[in-house]
Structures are given as structure tokens and as C-alpha cells.
Write a protein that binds this ligand. Sequence first.
Ligand code: ATP
Ligand code: MG
Length: 370
Amino acid sequence: MTTENSSPDVQEGAAVPGPGIDTTLARRRSAELEQRLRDDPGRFRVLTGDRPTGRLHLGHYFGTLQNRVRLQDLGVETFVLVADYQVLTDRDVAEHLAEHVEDLVLDYLACGIDPERSTIFTHSALPALNQLLLPFLSLVSVAELRRNPTVKDEIAHSRQAAVSGLMFTYPVHQAADILFCKADLVPVGQDQLPHLEVTRTVARRFNDRYAAGNPVFPEPDALLSEAPLLLGTDGTKMSKSRANAVALAATADETAALIRRAKTDATRRITYDPAARPEVSSLVLLAALCQGRDPHAVAEEIGDAGAAALKRTATEAVNDHFAPLRARRQEYARDRTYLRKVLQAGNERAAVIAESTLDEVRAAMGTRYR
Ligand code: ATP
Ligand code: MG
């Protein structure tokens, strides 16, 4: 990620700094990719996904879901992963898993991910995808996994008494998720940038060691949105597992109650300054994204009316923007059998691709015995 171009699509200052992650280069690279996507969407293949650990929230929507739908609608081949094994990275048992998986599919459909055009699948159903993990693990060192800032952050928030091997290896599992279908574009939030670096490393090393001159895997790029790190009501990354999130499916009243208790600061005048005032700026950005406006203009308009007015503006903006999505979600929720069918069809499609990639890997490694 070394390109120096900048683009008006990615607002300066919109990325609130995360734990040890510098987003400057990734944002520039995303801007360049946006240009290439406009020119030739058909040459890209997208994969992204989510852990089924709860309902998706506004951070997901503005961090990645909106981009997924936009790319799908541009004609980019899109894969959406329900990362069910990865639930176990930070907890001992995946509670309510079936319910959370259905919730994820509902959120996808309500957002506009179309299962006719995009492949929605669960990685546990794809033995060939998971088998890629073994050769991939041999391509990274323990020290590299240990210093991954997102792994460190997730260990800090883990529910496990002891950190499991799966926690350390899940960036490599993610490499298998991305590379099984040779995706070259991954629309993610900024917490995923270190993981994407692991995927790029795995792809590069595999190609160097086993496929010199005839690369098997692309080195995929992250695509960041205008809100690569939306903060939750407690001022840290909005996360399903941290009780700080406004779910896409929340009611208008739930949304109002959650935003009312969001952390702000002691300065009355509202300004948009993500570095100095992360909590206030995140609420301003949220209102701006929902209204399709510039965050500075939103802050200016609220001005001296203070945090209570900011929260009212943000609540109204969220409830107005998400009303149609919430209504669609309720419609889809009436037919649970359909949700299962979506996954079954997606799993079947993805399994064929996983088998074919594993076969190429076997050929490259000299383990194809036929
Ligand atoms: P969990 O707390 O269970 O890890 P999560 O809320 O972090 O849940 P994930 O399933 O880990 O959600 O992330 C799915 C995708 O959404 C990733 O691409 C991630 O970068 C993006 N994402 C998650 N939270 C945010 C956020 N607050 N702002 C922007 N993007 C986000
Ligand atoms: Mg997460």
C-alpha cells in the first residue's frame, strides 16, 4: 500500500486513529482503487465478512456494508462470509450461533446484498477453504502474529480466561477466507488493516516459495470507506461484543436511548475534529453520513446548542436514514427458511471455488496425487 494519490472521496480527518494503526497510506490507496473501480469494475473480485457474534451495527454499515452493496451494484463479483469459526477466537463457546448467523443474513439482505448476484456463505461449511490454513500457517512467524495490533486489541477485550491458539492464528484463517476465491479487494474497517497485511504476506510468500513466475494468489487491497472506525457510545470502536453499538435493527426508541447515553466531552460548542474530539466528532460524522452532508457543516449548524442537540440531530438522522432498511429487515425476518436457502446456495457455490483453489495449491506444493 504505497500509492501516493489522494481523492475527494475519502474525507481528510474522517478516520479516527485506532490502536497502533496508521491509515494514511491505506486511505490514499483506497482513493486510487475507487478510480480504478469506476474505470473497470469487472476486473475486481471482492470478499468481506463478519463474525456472527450479534446483530450488525452502524459501524459495519458505514465501515463496510455500504461499500459491499455499492461494489455489487457496480458489477464487481462479491463474496460475503459469515465467519462462524472465528466466533471462537475470543470466547470458549459460540452461544446463540444459529440465531446470530440468521441475524447476519437478515442484515445483509436488508442492506441490499442480493444473493442472486453475491455469494453469502459460512466458512465452516467449506473444508477446502479451511485446509488452506495449514500451508498458510507455515508462511508466517509466531513473532509476526504476536505483534499484530488488532490481535493485541482483541486479546484485551477477550472473554477468555486464557488466550487460545485460534486467537493468534485467526489472521491466517482470514487469509484463507480471502484467498480461497482469489479476492483482490476487501472492503473493511480500519481494525482489519493489520490482518490484510498478513493476507498479503501469505499470498506473496506462497507465490515466492511454490509458484515463482506463475503466481497462484493476488495480493489483495483493503478498501476503506469514509468512516473506517466509527466509535460506539463509550468512545471506543463500535463493536458487537462491547455493548456500545447501535444495531441496524434497533428501533427508533432504542436508537434514541443509546445515543442519549453516548460519551461526549465538556466543550459546549460542537466542532468536527476527530483527532482532538473523537467522541463528539464520531456523532457528528454519524449524522453527516446519514444525511449525506459534510461533517463540518453539520457541526457548524449545531454550534453552541451543545451535546444534547448533537445527540438529537444524530438520532433523527439515524432513524430517518435506516427506516426503510429496518422495514425491509422485518419483512425478510418472516421467512427463516429462505435465510437457510440463501446460505445453502452460497455454500455450494463457494465450495466449488474452494476445491479448485485447493487443487491449484496442491499442484504448486507437489501434493496432488493423481
Ligand atoms: P466483534 O466485537 O464481535 O469483533 P465487530 O463489531 O468488531 O464484532 P466484526 O465482525 O469483527 O465486527 O467486523 C466485521 C467488519 O466490520 C470488518 O470489516 C470490520 O473492520 C468492520 N467494522 C467493525 N466495527 C467497525 C466500526 N466501528 N467502524 C467501521 N468498521 C467496522
Ligand atoms: Mg471485530
